[in-house]
Design a protein. Structure first.
Length: 126
């Protein structure tokens, strides 16, 4: 179970939709990502629905409308939900916090191997 956000944590979040994928992913797909940044790790909850079983999930580097390389691998929410913690390089973590909109979360499946749902990261006020 990921650590809960507290006064010393920073939280990243996004809503995921198939329409946000490039090219468009699952038209019915949706989801939510919440990540707590603490002690050099990104602990997260990732939930999706209305998509076939997920095979992969990642945080990528790229602004909205563009695709980019994988920055942080995440556990695939094969049953609709995944949670865990990932070690993240300090420089990458600082860049994600400084400019979260330059990063996106996406979830892949067999029907949409390029991505079924996607959402650009944003900071959530603590």
């Amino acid at each position: 179970m990921p650590a809960k956000a507290d006064g010393h944590s920073q939280m990243l979040m996004t809503g995921l939709l198939g329409a946000n994928e490039v090219p468009e992913g699952d038209p019915d797909g949706r989801g939510q990502f919440m990540g707590w940044v603490k002690d050099g790790q990104l602990c997260y909850r990732l939930m999706v629905n209305k998509i076939d079983a997920a095979t992969m999930a990642h945080i990528h580097t790229a602004p909205a409308g563009a695709n980019g390389p994988v920055a942080v691998p995440l556990e695939a929410p094969a049953t609709g939900k995944a949670e865990g913690c990932a070690d993240v390089d300090a420089d990458l973590l600082a860049a994600m916090l400084a400019s979260p909109a330059d990063y996106y979360v996406n979830v892949h499946n067999a029907e949409y191997p390029g991505g079924a749902v996607r959402g650009q990261l944003m900071m959530h006020g603590m």
